[in-house]
Design a protein around this ligand. Structure first.
Ligand SMILES: [Zn+2]
Length: 348
């Protein structure tokens, strides 16, 4: 009954959003969104396995029968139905929990325009997000992959778990969380349900306080959305070709990333551009979590020996820029430092 109600309400909210947004799109823009969802479904290995009978999941390190069980559970939620239909790219309820709070946190002068920027859930099981432009009009839209939510919870569990078990009384606990963190960071670019299942296994039933996990996961989802809205609100430049960037252009792109982070964190801290932050426990906690999230991606790159491209700041730079630009208090800086040292143990 609860699930039925949740599905019903989720569909209703998402359909209203989609109706409002679609009414403002040209036919060409709408066609681009549907084509984008179709292409995503065709190219994402996991979605391909659903939509094209016979497509294989070879190479996946998790048992296909467990993956199938997880995915059949998935099919009972409204979000998944929507992900299977390219025409529902705007009306997927999966983004409801992040979109509404993100809009509420936007600066007042930008709220009306930014909340009209289409935010679509593309059928991909990936952990990423983009601000893109319509080819037909040059207007912005934001893509968040459907599978993003599968990574938020594992990230929350390992981040909170490592941080809260840092005491001499619980060395075993800390070790379990560090092992699970190693799984997250080595598989961050794998199909996201795989991250979910593997981290669940690694945690061996251990979980940090549930409310904290939900809060952390939600905050990071909202941060990701606000970051992309920041690119739009700050009218950031998007190059036509990533392959031929000059040094100056790389600097512009790096600064834009830092600025989008600052925009998102500023919304979450509820601070206006030129006023200092009124730091309190909740604000410090939120920035600590965002920094842990950035550290996890940094570890992923380090662990998989991937280079951050020239046009992208390092995740350490992004973390430090946040602490600097909001003049983070000493306690927060040392918490971030501690969280980082703990994380580093997972891959040492
Ligand atoms: Zn960005």
């Amino acid at each position: 009954m609860i699930r039925f109600f949740y599905n019903f309400l989720g569909r209703h909210i998402a359909a209203k959003y989609a109706g409002d947004i679609r009414a403002r799109l040209s036919e060409d823009e709408w066609a681009e969104l549907v084509a984008l969802a179709r292409a995503a479904q065709r190219t994402d290995p996991l979605f391909r396995a659903f939509t094209q009978p016979g497509a294989s999941l070879d190479g996946s390190p998790i048992d296909p029968s467990r993956l199938a069980a997880l995915l059949s559970r998935l099919k009972t939620v409204a979000d998944f139905d929507a992900a299977m239909m390219p025409e529902a790219v705007l009306s997927n309820p999966v983004l409801n929990p992040y979109r509404r709070p993100a809009f509420r946190l936007l600066p007042e002068d930008l709220r009306a325009t930014l909340s009209r920027t289409p935010i679509v859930a593309t059928p991909r099981f990936r952990f990423e997000g983009f601000a893109s432009k319509f080819r037909s009009s040059g207007r912005y839209f934001i893509q968040i992959p459907f599978g993003m939510t599968f990574v938020l919870r594992p990230l929350a569990e390992v981040s909170l778990g490592t941080y809260l078990s840092d005491s001499p009384e619980s060395p075993d606990k800390l070790q379990v969380y560090l092992d699970a963190l190693r799984v997250v960071v080595s598989e961050l670019d794998a199909p996201s349900p795989q991250v979910f299942v593997r981290v669940n296994d690694a945690l061996k039933g251990l979980t940090p306080p549930r409310l904290g996990v939900v809060h952390f996961a939600h905050l990071i989802g909202v941060f990701l959305m606000l970051h992309e809205l920041g690119h739009v609100g700050l009218k950031h430049w998007t190059p036509d070709h990533m392959g031929t960037l000059s040094t100056e252009e790389c600097i512009v792109l790096r600064n834009q990333e830092i600025a989008a982070d600052r925009f998102a964190a500023g919304c979450i801290l509820r601070t206006s551009r030129d006023r200092p932050v009124h730091w309190d426990d909740v604000r410090e906690m939120h920035i600590l979590w965002i920094c842990q999230f950035l550290s996890a991606i940094e570890l992923h790159l380090k662990g998989t020996r991937k280079e951050v491209p020239q046009h992208y700041p390092t995740f350490e730079e992004r973390r430090l820029a946040l602490l600097e630009s909001f003049q983070a208090p000493h306690r927060l800086r040392s918490s971030v430092q501690l969280a980082n040292e703990l994380f580093a143990r997972a891959v040492s």
